[in-house]
Design a protein around this ligand. Sequence first.
Ligand code: FES
Length: 83
Amino acid sequence: MNRPVLNRMSKAIVIDRCICYDRRFSELKDAADADHLQIDELTSRFGCGSCCGVCRPYIERMLETGETVFHEIILPRERSIKK
Ligand code: FES
């Protein structure tokens, strides 16, 4: 595997918004900080996470770390299935 090429490619990735609703994560973070919103409240207010859901793990990470621009693919967390 050619790691240097892979590393250069990952820096080219810029993910900074919910594509479906054209909302930047920085806008969502401002609202979350101002009104103490969690992800479900952000989804209700802005729609983000309710369409394709690809942005949801980024919003979760944003709420945890404060980051609003990402340079990696973040997959959804495994959800436990209760039987
Ligand atoms: S990218 Fe946010 S719902 Fe599709």
